[in-house]
Structure formats: C-alpha cells, structure tokens
Design a protein around this ligand. Structure first.
Ligand code: SF4
Length: 88
C-alpha cells in the first residue's frame, strides 16, 4: 500500500467515524515520547487499522505522533524542518 492509498482509506473511514483523538493535540505533539494513555485511546478507535497503515506508509518527516496506537518517530532533522515550516 502506498501513502496515497493509505491516506485515501483513512479519509474514507474518517468520513463516517470520529476518532477519540479528534481535537486532542497530544497525538501530534512533537515529543517523540510514548504515552500509554494515548495508546489506550487508540485501542478503541473505529479507524485504528487505517490509521496504523497510514502511519507505516506516510513520508518520514511529515507525519509524526500516534498512528493506530504506534508511535511514529522522525529524525531530528525532519523535526527541525517541520518546525521551521510551521513558523513561516
Ligand atoms: S488510531 Fe489513529 S485516528 Fe484513532 S485515536 Fe489513534 S491516532 Fe487517532
């Protein structure tokens, strides 16, 4: 599966379901730390499989955080680039 098809599947699933992470900034915080409480929320998510697949396929440096209960880490260089992009 490519990132594009994984994103499409996740988008389709999100059209009919609201995940427990909606509006929760902890899931995309740039901490690279594992938080068991977030994994617990993912465990009951209706789009967990699609989210996990997207997390496995998305380009590194563009998507960090929790995906289907798995922490996706990025390189320090990618994090720096993302921070710089967010502030410009
Ligand atoms: S599985 Fe993905 S969409 Fe669902 S709560 Fe976890 S991070 Fe959010």
């Amino acid at each position: 599966m490519t990132a594009t098809t994984a994103w499409s599947a996740l988008s389709d699933a999100l059209a009919t379901s609201t995940p427990p992470c909606a509006g929760d900034g902890r899931f995309t915080a740039d901490t690279n730390e594992h938080d068991p409480a977030l994994r617990q929320l993912c465990a009951g998510c209706p789009v967990r499989q699609q989210c996990r697949e997207y997390g496995k396929t998305a380009p590194r440096g563009r998507a960090w955080g929790y995906y289907g209960g798995v922490v996706r880490r990025v390189t320090p260089q990618a994090r720096t680039r993302a921070r710089e992009a967010a502030t410009t």
